[in-house]
Write a protein that binds this ligand. Sequence first.
Ligand code: GDP
Length: 429
Amino acid sequence: MPTQGFCTVIVGCQWGDEGKGKIVDVLAEGVDIVARYQGGANAGHTVHVGEDEFILHQIPSGVLHPGRRCLLGNGVVLDIRQFFEEYDELLERGVELEGRVGVSRRAQLLLPYHKLLDKAVENAAATKIGTTGRGIGPAYEDKAGRRGLRVADLGNPERLHKRVAAAQERIMRRLEQLGAGVTDELEAAMEEALGLGERLLSIATDTGPEITDALNAGKRVLLEGAQGTALDLDHGTYPFVTSSNTTAASAATGTGIGPTSIDAVVGVVKAYTTRVGEGPLPSAFSPEMDEHVRTLGSEFGATTGRPRRCGWFDSVLARHAARVNGLTGLAVTKLDVLDTLPTLEVATAYRMPDGSIAENFPADTWSLSSVEPIYESLPGWQAPTGEVRKLEDLPSNARAYLDRIEELSGAPVRWVSVGTKRSQIIPVG
Ligand code: GDP
């Protein structure tokens, strides 16, 4: 990475859980600021430092590198209680945070009633989205509906309480319509959340000017995406998506910098595919293979513990991600999980229900359930890769697999991750 002002976006290119946390953690070594630009506590980045495991939901993964400034941009929906739980846990575990974490004054507040509503809507829905129940959808709905509350509102108690009362009344009516009960716990949870307002204001900032000034001063910045391209509100498998734009363009909107300030976009892809929650997964494995790879790759959600569905690498999706995000490079993770497989398949195109061949990711999500992926077989390498640190030391079949991923995706492979540890990374080129 160059030494002068440089801004890199890290974005998931599948259905999330690609290992962005690990890649951000590795790249954070060479930067000054790491900022989140969308999502909320529905993200779950797992980072291993030595023998310690950290699961970060809202605070950027760069926090585990001493001295890096970690920001939450205006594009995030901030669950104050969970944010401080995470913050205090990091403090308890000895992570120095003084002056290191900042939250945009423009960030939306996710309040306890959003969570109640999220669960009630999902329970009542005919088509389940498979939400994490963390209130993300309702909080973004309030944002788009111009009824949301922002961090800055915490500075004016009178206005805040008026707006909270109005929001609560509205949400109670919706809950009633949905046949969901409201417990006394809501009142206490609201009090607790708003009681943390002063504390939050003490670390509030304006992320746009802060990041722009840092870049102008020659600093290096990472903008960290949550979830993945196939979960993007516009470019993903709508309606089985998250409620924000996860893709790289959103990194500018979600932090308050201009798009021309972005210098590079690194797309994170697993060497295979996984999906948690509802919705189609075109390159899904057979049930036996699914179970096998889920075990090999420990594919269970960091936020919900739900088993992830697994499948072959899908280059139709990877090409879509490369274009939508304008990828300048790929980070391929979990190559080691495939070490024992004798043969690997890669989806190169989809045969659509009408017999036509699609090389671009189709807009009609419902058709994705009945597409037939066209696979190309590649020989496995059947050798351990966890200790490899140089590309040329990888088995030749593993290199051929990476070459094919690069060719089909249209973006150069820049990093290969071969294990959970920080050291288990192969820089390419
Ligand atoms: P994220 O949300 O994209 O950060 O992904 P998660 O944290 O949900 O999932 C990634 C999981 O895979 C974590 O437990 C990581 O420690 C683990 N992981 C990341 N890279 C690798 C890798 O190269 N090999 C293996 N075996 N595990 C990895």
